[in-house]
Ligand binder design. Sequence first.
Ligand SMILES: NC(=O)c1ccc[n+]([C@@H]2O[C@H](COP(=O)([O-])OP(=O)(O)OC[C@H]3O[C@@H](n4cnc5c(N)ncnc54)[C@H](OP(=O)(O)O)[C@@H]3O)[C@@H](O)[C@H]2O)c1
Length: 301
Amino acid sequence: MLGHTISIQGVEVPRFLYGTAWKEGETQRLTELALQQGFRGIDTANQRRHYHEAAVGRAIAASIASGLVVREDLFLQTKFTFRRGQDHRLPYDPKAPVPIQVEQSFDSSLKHLKAESIDSYLLHGPTSSVGLTPDDRAAWRAMEAIHDSGRARMIGVSNVTLEQLQCLWQEARIRPSFVQNRCYAVAGWDRQVREFCAGNGLVYQGFSLLTANRKSLASSELAQIAARHGRTVPQIVFRFALEVGMIPLTGTTNADHMQADLDVFEFRLEPEEVERIEGWPRRFRRSARRLPSGVPNSVDS
Ligand SMILES: NC(=O)c1ccc[n+]([C@@H]2O[C@H](COP(=O)([O-])OP(=O)(O)OC[C@H]3O[C@@H](n4cnc5c(N)ncnc54)[C@H](OP(=O)(O)O)[C@@H]3O)[C@@H](O)[C@H]2O)c1
């Protein structure tokens, strides 16, 4: 059975992260609830448009004060977001050079999270959908300097194509430890990027596993696998993610779903089931039924 953590560069990283996007006034309560339910990895961003990082920090402080957790139990991950992914509530001076923006955003994250260091700092996304720009390179160098200073134990990148990842990998002085991407079943669950990660010792974090794949998840075959295991389809998807080496993210607002998500450590899929799910995208498309909507499906990085 898979353990709840994976050791990366001497850091115990939870294999399942709780994501704090889109919770607004409920951010503190839901983050505390997730910690109470057993999550120990928290993903946030200094991007007020979609996250409330200061409320995440209050949840962590309250959970430490109540004796539920100690800081050392937690894996805290946050992100630097370029101007185009932000609204007017910026954590930096937009006129400052990019490396200063990164420093200012990171300092503000430390204050929000009431932490002296964080465990993983991600570039929320490159400035362009193709290639890397001088601003991306400047941001990465600033993140490398933060890593050098010991204030971020690992650094990583989000919302990247394979080409962008390869480029960063070749150029970086400190290479990314994580890639965090939206994971589409119809794209083989981001197979190419996952294969690059597996081949180069990076760890892939997958988000929108449920919300980006509504049609795929309505497959009758997936329902059969779920029935065979006495589990729900979301549990099968999260377990599949673990089986293929991903760290999944969930941002559920429901205590029962939090528990159900963490329960995926309690069963395993057969290798042929994993293979079928991984190789299914086309058949998913054919057999898909409609699922109810109403869930946010994108975050501008
Ligand atoms: N790097 C990026 O650009 C980026 C972009 C998007 C997200 N993220 C990160 O990923 C996290 C997760 O986001 P997401 O896009 O995957 O969507 P999500 O916020 O986790 O949404 C999942 C949706 O599925 C529903 N659901 C039903 N059954 C569920 C179950 N058993 N477990 C979990 N959810 C269930 C949830 O409803 P209930 O609330 O009722 O359970 C919710 O509406 C975010 O909070 C954020 O930290 C990062």
